[in-house]
Design a protein around this ligand. Structure first.
Ligand code: ADP
Length: 160
């Protein structure tokens, strides 16, 4: 049976840290569903379609990767998709705290739910979507932190 995992996130925008997790996830799973969270409480810099487009462009139509989105609870989406394994990335101890709570809450809500963590490499441990947004907004250079197509869209959002 094919091993499938969901890789959920805000991806606002996709960074090279996310891309590395997708690549490493593909060494563990036959297929990945990279799914963009549509959280109406957050005001994203990029629309849902833009965020999905960034991922599609980065995986260049790799048949092993599906790009999707979801509203509401991840466990409901997982149940609906019939996929109970979720891939997450860990950068630092600060991620661990939140991820540990999230993984346990999700398992409480859906007992068969399993979280698999991949640790980031030394190249991207300091890269987060939030910092990338901040740097880019003020005209900083994000080359090497995000894929080139994301960098060019970020440049258009610069306020300088
Ligand atoms: P969220 O808004 O849920 O934190 P993100 O889009 O920021 O979603 O991240 C999705 C997942 O990717 C999370 O598991 C996060 O820890 C992981 N991640 C983000 N950036 C990196 C990185 N540079 N290295 C490794 N994992 C990362």
């Amino acid at each position: 049976m094919a091993r499938v995992a969901i890789y959920p996130g805000s991806f606002d925008p996709l960074t090279n840290g996310h891309v590395a997790i997708i690549q490493r996830g593909l060494n563990l799973f036959d297929r990945l569903i990279v799914s963009v969270a549509n959280n109406p409480q957050k005001t994203p810099l990029f629309t849902l379609d833009e965020r999905k487009g960034f991922i599609l462009e980065a995986v260049k139509n790799d048949p092993r990767v599906e790009v999707d989105s979801f509203d509401g609870l991840l466990v409901h989406y997982a149940r609906q998709r019939g996929v109970h394994t979720v891939l997450r990335g860990l950068r630092a101890v600060s991620d661990f705290d939140y991820e540990f709570q999230l993984a346990n809450m999700n398992r409480k809500l859906l007992p068969e739910f399993e979280s698999v963590f991949v640790m980031t490499g030394e190249d991207y441990f300091y890269v987060s979507s939030r910092l990338v947004r901040e740097v880019a907004t003020f005209g900083g250079d994000v080359t090497g932190l995000v894929p080139p197509h994301v960098a060019s869209e970020l440049r258009k959002k610069s306020i300088r």
